[in-house]
Design a binder for this molecule. Structure first.
Ligand code: SF4
Ligand code: MG
Length: 325
């Protein structure tokens, strides 16, 4: 930790070409605020992204950053964390990127419970390629970018993450920057794999999931006031934390997560749905096999001494050669 880190330290002067009013700006801001609040030194943080509008996020955050391949953000992020467990690793991407082409990685990452944070910018469309329906757009919806209503079911990423083994599962709403920052902060502090699915209006292509729709401005109560769709789980006394190793408690917390994740359209919960720190992380598991993994991870190992490679792999190469002849 460094006491002198300020919000401005995490900003870059790279030109930002997201559309005016895009929810991405608020998520970017929330990530920077979380890094500043945690005072994470820039050389200790890395942000990976996939492909899509959100893929540009690492360009705008002044820490290490890598803009990777479509759907492949998690393998890159996991590789970095494995090589250097001291790094604070944040993966970002869109719903099409992560829940569509990257769906296999999204599921399998859960099995490992590696200690990184995955933030999904969820807007229901493939924004960068002109607004095709993404995996989270509900059946029958017709955004202005679609010629006909969506013919496919929308998936429930909270439930998939739970089934896959994510140990921190949350949803935020991008226009509430402070709350999104608070959720990202909790996700970073969580020991294990964290998913933060952020509802992110795309004003250019999605004219259904808009700021006005989330605020419930299309419906009013008897006093003529809008009835917001978004509400916070904790305002209902919801407790997402699994407090013990007890199987019954874990089951109960999973069941309430499923129930809440199915709420949509009339009432949309945001907040932490599920948190369980009683599952061993990948770091714990590999340390049981390789006792000095934490003190001597791959990134800290010597690769060269006096101009020569430190590792002698000639025996390995000879063995491989003899097995092929
Ligand atoms: Fe944002 Fe949509 Fe524009 Fe992409 S297309 S930058 S998601 S408003
Ligand atoms: Mg999208």
């Amino acid at each position: 930790m460094a006491s002198s880190m300020r919000l401005s330290d995490y900003k870059t002067d790279v030109h930002n070409d997201w559309c005016p009013g895009c929810g991405d700006f608020a998520i970017l801001n929330a990530v920077q605020l979380a890094l500043a609040e945690l005072r994470i030194e820039r050389h200790r943080a890395v942000v990976f992204s996939g492909i899509g509008c959100s893929g540009k996020t690492p360009h705008y955050i002044n820490v290490y950053g890598i803009h990777t391949l479509h759907g492949r953000v998690l393998p890159f992020a996991i590789g970095a964390k494995l090589a250097n467990p001291q790094l604070e690793v944040i993966a970002v991407g869109g719903d099409g990127d992560g829940y569509g082409i990257g769906a296999g990685h999204f599921v399998n990452a859960g099995r490992r419970n590696i200690d990184i944070t995955y933030i999904v910018f969820n807007n229901g469309v493939y924004g960068l390629t002109k607004g095709q329906a993404s995996p989270t757009l509900k059946l029958g919806l017709k955004t202005k970018s679609l010629p006909k209503p969506n013919i496919n079911q929308g998936i429930n990423p909270i439930m998939i993450a739970l089934a896959a083994g994510y140990t921190f599962i949350a949803r935020a709403y991008s226009y509430d920057v402070k709350y999104t920052k608070d959720i990202i902060l909790k996700a970073i502090k969580h020991r294990g794999l964290a998913l933060v699915d952020v509802l992110q209006p795309c004003p250019t292509y999605n004219d259904i999931y808009t700021r006005e729709w989330f605020a419930g401005m299309d419906r009013v109560d008897e006093k003529g006031k809008s009835i917001p769709r978004i509400y916070k789980l904790e305002d209902q006394g919801y407790d997402p934390v699994v407090h013990s190793n007890d199987e019954d408690e874990t089951q109960a917390k999973m069941m309430q997560t499923i129930a809440k994740s199915n709420e949509w359209a009339d009432r949309i919960p945001i907040g932490v749905f599920y948190q369980n720190e009683h599952i061993p992380t990948y770091d714990d598991r590999i340390s049981n096999r390789i006792p000095n993994y934490r003190t001597n991870p791959p990134a800290l190992q010597e690769i060269e001494r006096d101009g020569k490679a430190s590792a002698d792999i000639s025996r390995l190469l000879n063995e491989m050669r003899s097995s092929y002849v």
